[in-house]
Design a protein around this ligand. Sequence first.
Ligand code: TXA
Ligand code: MG
Length: 325
Amino acid sequence: MTVADTTEVLAADAGGIARAAALLADGRLVALPTETVYGLGGDATDGAAVAAIFAAKDRPRFNPLIVHVHDADAARALARFDTAAERLADAFWPGPLTLVLPVRDGAGLSDLVTAGLPTVAIRVPEHPVARAILNAARRPVAAPSANRSGRISPTTAAHVLDGLSGRIAAVVDAGPCGVGVESTIVRTGPKPALLRPGGLPAEAVEACLGHPLAQPDPGAEGVSAPGQLASHYAPEAAVRLDAVTAEPGEVHLGFGPVAGDLSLSASGDLTEAAANLFAHLRRLDARGAGRIAVAPIPDRGLGRAINDRLRRAAAPRGSGASALG
Ligand code: TXA
Ligand code: MG
C-alpha cells in the first residue's frame, strides 16, 4: 500500500500544485480540492495506485470510481460521447456533473477504476486548483471522496486529515469546497438517467436535454443506488473459492504460499493482489477452462474487497440482486 508516515499539507500555489502533480505521476495518493468535496486522487491508469485508494479509504468493495480529467478532449480520449453527452459536457463542464459513458478500447484505465464495467464515470472539475493539478499531472485521476469508508465526505483539508492523515502522501489545502456535495451522475445513451443526485440540479440537466431524466433500472443499469452494483464482474468460467489445490479441469489463481497457474501476489501482498485481480481473472478466463479455482485470501484490509469481488464472481449466475453483499 502506498502509505506515508506523514501526510504533506501542500499550499494551493504553484509549488504545491507542482508537488501534487509529481506525486500523482509517481503513483502516490494526493487529496485534492474540487468544488464538490475533496477527492482522494490517484493515477487512474496505474492499478497499484487505484488499489491504494481503496486501501487508504478502508473501502471493503471495489465500487467504480470517478475519473477526473482537465477538459472534454481528455474525456473523449477515454470514452465515447453521443449527442446528449456532447450537449451536457458543453453546457456543464467544467462543473459538478459526472457522465457515465462507454469506455473506449485502449483507454488505458485500470480495471479497478471501472470495476470491470464497460462504462466509465468521467468528470471535469471546475475548481481552479483541481484543474491546475490535472493540467500539470497530464493523466486521468481517479478520485472518490477523501474520507474513510462510511464516513462523511470532507469539504476541508482538515476533514481529510482527520480520516487519512498518515495514509496518503499529501493533501492540497485550498480552503473549503464551494459546492459541498458530490457531483450529479448522469448516464447518457438512448434514455439518459440520473444515477446520483448531486451538485448540479437535475432540473438543469433536464432543461439542457429538453426532456426528463429516467430513473435507473437496477437490473439493466448495474447500479441500483450510488455505490451499489447489482451486476458484478464475473468471468466466463465458474469460480471456486478457498482452493488450496486445483481439481482436474480447473485453472488455479494463486496467492502467497499457494502458487497456482498465476499468482495474485507471490509475496502475499494484498495491495498487489487487488491491483492484479481483474487482469488475472481475465487472463485465466482466456485459457478457456471450465472453472477458476482461487486460493484463500485473508479477509482483512484489501483482502475483504478482493473476497467480496470473488464471492460475486462465484455467486450463481443470473442472480445479480442476490449477489449483492
Ligand atoms: O463530487 C464527486 O463526484 C467526488 C469528487 C471528489 O469529484 N467524487 C466522487 O467519486 O464522489 P466516487 O468515486 O466516490 O463516486 C463513485 C460513484 C459510484 O458509487 C457510482 O455511483 C458512480 O460513481 N459510478 C462510477 N462509475 C460508474 C459506472 N461506470 N456506472 C455507473 N455508476 C458509476
Ligand atoms: Mg464518497
